[in-house]
Design a protein around this ligand. Structure first.
Ligand code: HEC
Ligand code: HEC
Length: 460
């Protein structure tokens, strides 16, 4: 720690070395140049009382006092610069320690003080809340289970200021308002500690990719079980009770996994076809692909090919069998993983957060109450309605649309053609760099995944 090479420390060591060498030189010349004390030969004057003799004054007693003084002086003169050298380390240590104490306090708030854990799950892995739905007259409609997103990836999608906004004001009557501006019980500093705690629990890129992929596989499985004409799928669909369903699931497990892999493979083929068409449409792009030599050039030109393929896939009928790509986009749009954290549906589809994914009525106290008469994927909820080509009007190209979804909407920043530039609550799904902390959080989705969602949205 002490030897670590910061500029300040290097300067410190150089000064220390110079002082040491100078001190030694001074000592050397001082001893060499020593003369007998002036006046030592003079006898004591008659009118002066004799004091202690030179032998007594300059004996071992004095030598010892002087030596002790010298030792002390050396200790002080050496330890002061050394103390100074350790100052940056102490400073860093203090900051780390304060951060740790803050995150600890935020952790206590999370688990006990404000019980965030009861809705958002242990370590922010996602959970749910039981919520009473009321109709416009305030009458009870139904008790539902509402998804509460994971917070262990929240700093990938929202800045700390944007998180603070949600903490202050809550959301949709399910996330309570915690801060004074929204009429909540917690102080500004308590909210700050909660954010420090969130910094501590963020998970890495590999864990995020694994969760999203598992959510996609689950979504594909659901689709295949509902639609496939294979025997194993029919057996699962037609199982009459829980026991038969378990048996059919177990019997069809291997075929299901193989069918999911095949489905995802067909999706990849659709992308590959779109890339080929994009290249055959644009000889200049082919030339740039051939010319790319360095890894960076190759990545840049591949991004161009991806964009060109996306523009084709986002329009109906330009790429054979592209429907599977749009289906893939919808599965990502409504990804159930980690309590819907990676989904778009939780904010853009009314009813999705409490699994009202089909028109249905609820039998309550003997009366049938319409809970949801119409289910429209992307029809708007907390975020705007994305259907009927609204996103085509908002973003001229699919590439611009994808850029918006990658970066999200920041507080006070306008977007697209008529975007509000409001409160920054549309998350960014690509990586996010926090300039103040010098940290980059991994994206929730890869650009391949964002592109598929964009193509799906442009066809809503
Ligand atoms: C009563 C349940 C409940 C409690 C307690 C609760 N939350 Fe929430 N929170 C939710 C729900 C539900 C949502 C999602 C709202 C929606 O569907 O729009 C949410 C959303 C959020 C979001 C926005 C995340 C995103 O990606 O959209 C943050 C941040 C958050 N909560 C933090 C906290 C913190 C910190 C605490 C504790 C101080 C807390 N919440 C306590 C239910 C709760
Ligand atoms: C936490 C809630 C939330 C989630 C999750 C969310 N959005 Fe949004 N989205 C919003 C809000 C709020 C706006 C409006 C922003 C504004 O007006 O400032 C918005 C705006 C948009 C718009 C612009 C629409 C228009 O016509 O102006 C698009 C496109 C969009 N979102 C796509 C997505 C996609 C794709 C996802 C998932 C990958 C997603 N959103 C997930 C809240 C959300």
């Amino acid at each position: 720690m002490l030897i670590a090479a910061t500029t300040q420390r290097t300067i410190g060591f150089v000064i220390l070395a110079i002082v040491f060498a100078g001190g030694l030189l001074y000592l050397y010349f001082n001893i060499r140049g020593a003369k007998a004390e002036v006046g030592s030969e003079i006898e004591l004057a008659a009118n002066r009382a004799p004091h202690l003799s030179d032998e007594e004054l300059e004996g071992r007693h004095l030598d010892r006092s002087l030596a002790a003084g010298l030792v002390l002086l050396t200790v002080v003169s050496v330890s002061l610069p050394i103390y100074w050298l350790g100052e940056p380390g102490r400073h860093d240590g203090l900051i780390a320690d304060t951060d740790r104490v803050f995150a600890d306090r935020g952790g206590e708030l999370y688990t006990t003080g404000a019980s965030c854990v009861s809705c958002h799950g242990p370590d922010g892995t996602g959970g749910s809340i039981s919520k009473s739905l009321l109709n416009s007259e305030g009458e009870f409609l139904a008790q539902v289970t509402w998804k509460a997103p994971a917070l262990n990836t929240v700093l990938s999608r929202l800045s700390e200021d944007e998180v603070l906004h949600v903490l202050n004001f809550g959301r949709n009557g399910v996330m309570p308002a915690w801060g004074a501006p929204g009429g909540g019980p917690l102080s500004e500093q308590e909210l700050e500690t909660a954010i420090f705690y969130m910094r501590r629990i963020q998970i890495g890129e590999a864990a995020i990719r694994a969760e999203v992929s598992q959510g996609v596989r689950d979504g594909v499985a659901k689709k295949l079980i509902a639609e496939s004409s294979a025997d194993w799928a029919i057996a699962i669909r037609e199982a009459e009770d829980g026991e038969a369903l378990n048996a059919a699931n177990a019997a069809g497990a291997d075929q299901l996994e193989a069918a999911i892999d095949q489905w995802l493979g067909s999706k990849d083929s659709a992308i590959a076809r779109a890339e080929q068409i994009a290249l055959s449409n644009d000889p200049a792009l082919v030339a740039r692909v051939d010319a790319a030599a360095s890894e960076a050039d190759k990545a840049a030109v591949q991004a161009e090919v991806d964009s060109a393929a996306l523009e084709l896939l986002a329009q109906p009928g330009l790429v054979p069998d592209s429907q599977i790509y749009l289906d893939y986009g919808e599965i990502l749009f409504a990804n159930e993983a980690a309590s819907g954290t990676y989904s778009c549906a939780r904010c853009h589809t009314f009813g999705w957060s409490y699994d009202a994914t089909a028109p249905r009525t609820i039998a309550d106290n003997g009366t049938e109450t319409p809970l949801l008469t119409d289910y429209v994927q992307g029809g708007g909820f907390f975020g705007p309605n994305l259907t009927n080509g609204t996103t085509l009007d908002e973003f001229e190209s699919a590439t611009q649309h994808a850029e918006f979804v990658t970066n999200g909407q920041s507080i006070g920043q306008p977007y697209g053609k008529g975007g509000s530039g409001g409160n920054g609550q549309m998350p960014g799904f690509g990586p996010r760099t926090d300039d103040d902390l010098g940290v980059t959080y991994p994206g929730l989705l890869t650009s391949e995944q964002i592109n598929a969602i964009v193509a799906f949205e442009r066809n809503l």
